[in-house]
Design a protein around this ligand. Structure first.
Ligand SMILES: [Zn+2]
Length: 237
């Protein structure tokens, strides 16, 4: 199965906006930065997954931190109850007090991101929802997720991704430890697949440096480019 277009979603790669007086509203101290922001930002996913040099691949990167707006959350996200809907208001012991007059501006950033995804998608496209996660959560290296609905990728697409990473020595989880994949409403059908990469597979979580010391393994970025070329109709590099 080849796709006419692949749209890469990168919602959690940025730390922008944390200190903006109209966007931030967190009491930022060293612990918040070290234990929360550094841990939960999907560092370098923009580097790992960028497919700009491949025709037929478009990238939609959210420019702000997830602690400003979580562009991945649903409009009525169940996590809203825990203060972690589109606009986080609580994270661990940290509280964010967003003045009422700033909420619509923040929510507008979520709408903008959804609109950008919709604008880039087309019938029969594949949305690749790209993330990473802290290694303490799971020993899975690569998690591939999807929804059990109209947006589920063809079986051979899921198998292609699983085999590619497994054949290169990575431990792959399917809908484990994460499931589901971003699917903005569109008036046409497309498919959606999530890739969640364990940070230990590509970076040092303390220094935040990208690792390229896999002597025997192809690195995740090379495999991603390989996957894009496998799934794209337009695979001229
Ligand atoms: Zn993420």
């Amino acid at each position: 199965m080849k796709y006419r277009r692949i749209v890469i979603n990168e919602p959690h790669a940025s730390i922008e906006g944390l200190y903006d007086e109209y966007l931030g509203f967190w009491d930022i101290d060293e612990e918040f930065f070290n234990d929360v922001v550094l841990k939960w930002t999907d560092w370098h996913t923009d580097y790992l997954f960028h497919g700009n040099r491949i025709d037929g691949v478009r990238t939609v990167r959210f420019s702000y931190s997830r602690f400003i707006v979580d562009a991945e959350r649903l409009w009525d996200d169940p996590l809203e109850r825990e203060g972690q809907g589109i606009l986080y208001t609580r994270f661990g012991r940290y509280v964010r007090n967003i003045p009422d007059e700033n909420r619509s501006n923040l929510l507008g950033l979520w709408h903008q991101h959804q609109a950008k995804l919709r604008k880039n998608l087309c019938p029969d496209a594949l949305l690749l929802d790209c993330h990473s996660f802290p290694s303490e959560l799971s020993d899975v290296d690569i998690c591939i997720g999807y929804n059990e609905d109209w947006s589920k990728p063809h079986r051979d697409v899921i198998e292609c991704a699983v085999n590619l990473f497994e054949d290169h020595g990575y431990k792959v989880g399917v809908n484990e430890p994460y499931s589901n994949s971003e699917t903005p409403d569109c008036p046409f059908q497309y498919q959606s697949m999530m890739l969640e990469v364990n940070k230990k597979a590509y970076m040092d979580e303390h220094s935040l440096r990208i690792r390229h010391d896999h002597k025997y393994k192809k690195n995740v970025r090379d495999l991603m480019l390989h996957l894009l070329s496998e799934l794209s109709e337009n695979n001229s590099f």
